[in-house]
Design a protein around this ligand. Structure first.
Ligand code: ATP
Length: 211
């Protein structure tokens, strides 16, 4: 990492609908700070930001809502199936998101911080992390849960899954794994227990590193 290290970093990742937010919340309940890449991705293009100005210059001001916010649905449409525009946007956003995540990490003083990044592996961000925690579910579970939550078609979910690394490849990056296939109603206590175990383990690791 190219900033002064003030906190041990656990990268939490998993495919669409795997339960990243659900499990990050359990760490949050234990007082662990969470930096969420999706939140950071919105912060870097907030109203008045230099990046939003560049986006409006490139795509035209019709990419903004009447109140000057980024019109995300429209931006998605503009880059959908246009590789050149998608690459232009990614080359603008990815470095900014990475820098902002590093800034937020360097402001942390907790023993460890959870960095929740859906595309941690795909976007080659594992080098920001001291350890990688993968939330693992079967592709079937992903399909069912993501379709239920988003009211999306199975085909749409499948397309997103195909744009992400496979379950097998994701697991190859894992230092730690939480399996989240079982229904929460039957498994909540076990999940809480597993999170608490990892929490204690991470505190020990962080203590060794940050001393
Ligand atoms: P995404 O990356 O797609 O935003 P995510 O990995 O953050 O998703 P969540 O939003 O935590 O996943 O979970 C996806 C959906 O599945 C949510 O509706 C959540 O309530 C539900 N869910 C998560 N874990 C379980 C579980 N063990 N049993 C039943 N439902 C679950």
């Amino acid at each position: 990492m190219n900033v002064k290290k003030t906190t041990y970093v656990i990268g939490l990742t998993g495919g669409i609908g795997s339960g990243k937010s659900t499990i990050a919340n359990l760490f949050g309940e234990l007082g662990v700070p969470i930096i969420d890449a999706d939140v950071v991705a919105r912060q870097v293009v907030e109203k008045g930001s230099p990046l939003l100005a560049q986006i409006a210059e490139h795509f035209g001001t019709e990419i903004l809502t009447p109140t000057g916010e980024l019109d995300r649905a429209q931006l998605r449409q503009r880059v959908f199936q246009d590789e050149t525009e998608k690459n232009w946007l990614n080359q603008l956003l990815h470095p900014a998101i990475r820098t902002e995540m590093l800034n937020q990490l360097s402001a942390q003083r907790a023993p460890y911080t959870l960095l929740v990044v859906p595309l941690l592996i795909e976007n080659k961000l594992t080098n920001l992390c001291d350890r990688v925690l993968v939330i693992d579910v079967s592709p079937q579970t992903q399909l069912t849960r993501a379709a239920q939550r988003d009211n999306n078609s199975l085909e749409q979910i499948q397309r997103i899954m195909q744009s992400q690394v496979s379950q097998k490849e994701r697991l190859q990056w894992a230092d730690d794994i939480i399996n989240n296939d079982r229904e929460l109603a039957d498994n909540f206590i076990h999940l809480q227990q597993k999170v608490l175990e990892l929490h204690r383990f991470y505190l020990t690791l962080a203590g060794k590193t940050n001393d």
